[in-house]
Design a protein around this ligand. Structure first.
Ligand code: UDP
Length: 251
């Protein structure tokens, strides 16, 4: 039996170790937003929408920082999980996980844009998880790039900015060690049992934006780390192609 077959059998959904779940984008899902898409990534679904405010945060004005700003919010809808997840507002505060994820989304998307070229405005990205099955943060980042590109097209079309501020597409994917094997794109069952769980954010030029990796149930070797990076890179290049197709489809 080949190694790939063994790995496929050990994956909960029968995928090969280097296979992504199917990824699709449904653009313009939120008509009032400047740019929006519903990213469907296996059974994970996230709505990503960008709205533009014609102002910048107070701290930028106070500190004399020029250009624009980009910020992100992330939330899981109460019915996105098997057990109802109460809205943060009902507890009176944002939970730590949501805060960590929305900061990651903001950092990832700020890495793909020249904020000087945005002018004195704020790009607000909202990521709302409709259905969660692992990889919601990677779906949020990958979908947000598409929504942001659509919003930038609108800014360019209205003549508000003369040139595109976008530098290079950005996408994210998870990798991990499942039953000791490096695997691409973990679903919830795999994520919750993985020995190692890692989230990779990269731009289309191959520049790493962020790597979050944790040995949940043990450590990982440099060799395993490199194997996971190789798997992740191949998956990320597929995601850049899918983003590109989504942005070139007729709406
Ligand atoms: N999850 C859940 N309820 C929660 C948090 C997470 O059901 O309050 C599930 C959900 O399927 C999520 C997965 O656990 O996608 C993995 O969560 P993690 O914090 O690793 O983030 P993600 O993989 O979604 O970026």
């Amino acid at each position: 039996m080949s190694d790939t077959t063994q790995i496929s059998r050990s994956r909960q959904d029968g995928r090969a170790a280097d296979h992504l779940r199917p990824v699709e984008f449904q653009n313009h899902i939120a008509p009032h937003a400047s740019g929006s898409t519903l990213i469907e990534w296996g059974n994970t679904r996230v709505i990503c929408a960008v709205m533009i405010e014609e102002t910048v945060p107070r701290w930028m004005k106070d500190q004399g920082v020029t250009g624009g700003w980009l910020t992100a919010e992330y939330s899981m809808l109460p019915y996105s999980t098997l057990q109802r997840k109460p809205r943060d507002i009902s507890k009176g505060k944002l939970d730590g996980r949501s805060q960590e994820i929305q900061r990651l989304i903001g950092r990832a998307l700020r890495a793909c844009i020249d904020l000087e070229k945005v002018g004195q405005r704020t790009l607000c990205i909202d990521c709302d998880v409709l259905q969660a099955d692992g990889g919601t943060r990677t779906a949020a980042i990958t979908g947000s790039y598409v929504a942001l590109s659509l919003a930038v097209q609108k800014l360019l079309g209205s003549g508000k900015i003369p040139t595109s501020p976008l530098l290079s597409p950005v996408a994210a994917v998870s990798v991990g060690l499942v039953n000791g094997h490096p695997c691409l794109d973990l679903n919830y069952v795999e994520d919750s049992t993985a020995d190692v769980d890692m989230n990779l954010v990269m731009n289309a030029q191959g520049g790493w934006v962020e790597i979050q990796g944790t040995g949940e149930k043990g450590t990982f070797s440099t060799e395993q780390f490199n194997q996971m990076l190789t798997l992740g890179k191949a998956g990320l290049h597929q995601l850049f192609d899918l983003q590109n197709k989504a942005l070139n489809q007729k709406s």
